[in-house]
Design a protein around this ligand. Structure first.
Ligand code: PBG
Length: 332
């Protein structure tokens, strides 16, 4: 008896992979410089660019140097930057008053950038951790992170940033009700056009470690953030948070961290169709850089592949410390 030979498949999916041009023709997603938001650390002083040890290639910059960085970003075509203040222990207090000081270094940086680089959008961080003596995103009373008094403080912080000229307010604190409260206060104060990008699905993640070094919170932080940031095991809860924040007036929403949570990005995009961003956080950045520095991976290719993954998962854009490096590669 002759053996039966299986017929060759009619669907040969390799056909469209034969050449670079054919691969380009069928490519489903594209990464563009317009998808990038660059987080920048601001510190006091003048003429200072100081490396963050756990984030190779990332600097803390004094306001004058932040302006230079904003100019570079704009020239590269990066549409937005996001400012985070570095504060030493001596700048931190229990009442967190520095957070809504109109002259704190974030607000001074906003004014300076608006004067010199008006075309770039400025996003801010709204949370108390960078001014809090104990490193938490909210006030701590008898060991508890209290919600409603914190929201009042966050409103003051957001208003000071809007007054300074911020375009996008980024509440990263995970208190309940802060989006509605900030939105109402912005409207009332005549800042109808200031946007809110809510850190809506923010997980209690170990991937934030290097960031806490970068902003000076590691030494300050007591305990963990599990009573306000999300449990990494949850996904339905992320949808509920996004829906709530959109209803309270968020213009855009964010998932954070990024790569380990791409399933969340996809569910959110499919469910709401709202402008959706992911934050490729400090630990994700540090892992790629560390492997690159050891010669274990091709860092450039891993960087671009990881950024593309966010687009494939449905994100409109990504906050990433790689933004200038990626922008340079995208422009060549
Ligand atoms: C806190 C805040 C954090 C990050 C951004 N805003 C850290 C935290 O929640 O402890 C992390 C960003 C990163 O890791 O790159 N308001």
């Amino acid at each position: 008896m002759k053996p039966t030979v299986a017929p060759f498949p009619a669907a040969r999916l390799r056909r469209t992979r034969q050449s670079a041009s054919l691969r380009g023709l069928v490519r489903e997603t594209a990464l563009s410089v317009e998808d990038l938001i660059w987080p920048i650390f601001v510190r006091t002083g003048n003429g200072i660019e100081e490396p963050v040890p756990s984030m190779p290639g990332v600097l803390r910059r004094s306001v004058d140097k932040v302006v230079v960085a904003a100019r570079e970003a704009a020239d590269l075509g990066i549409p937005a930057i996001c400012l985070f203040p570095y504060t030493g222990l001596e700048e931190r207090t229990e009442d967190c008053a520095g957070a809504w000081d109109p002259d704190n270094h974030t607000n001074r940086a906003i004014r300076a950038i608006k004067a010199e680089v008006p075309e770039i959008a400025i996003m801010t961080d709204v949370a108390l951790d960078t001014y809090n003596i104990n490193g938490h995103d909210g006030f701590v009373v008898d060991g508890e992170i209290v919600n409603d008094p914190t929201v009042e403080a966050l409103v003051k912080m957001a208003l000071a940033q809007a007054e300074a000229g911020a375009d996008i307010i980024g509440p990263s604190d995970m208190m309940d009700g802060r989006i509605g409260a900030i939105r109402a206060a912005l409207e009332h104060a005549g800042h109808q056009n200031v946007m809110i990008l809510s850190y809506a699905a923010k997980y209690a993640s170990a991937f934030y470690g290097p960031f806490r070094d970068a902003v000076g919170a590691s030494a300050a932080l007591s305990g963990d953030k599990k009573t306000y940031q999300m449990d990494p095991a949850n996904s339905d809860e992320a949808l509920r948070l996004i829906e709530r924040d959109l209803n309270e007036g968020a213009d855009m929403v964010m998932v954070k961290p990024g790569l380990p949570y791409l399933d969340i990005c996809r569910r959110i995009k499919d469910s709401f169709g709202a402008p959706t961003f992911a934050y490729q956080v400090s630990g994700e950045y540090a892992m790629i850089r560390a492997a690159q520095e050891n010669g274990w991976i091709d860092g450039e290719r891993v960087m671009m592949e990881s950024l593309m993954a966010f687009k494939r998962a449905g994100c409109n854009g990504v906050l990433t410390y790689f933004a200038p490096d990626a922008a340079r590669l995208l422009s060549t």
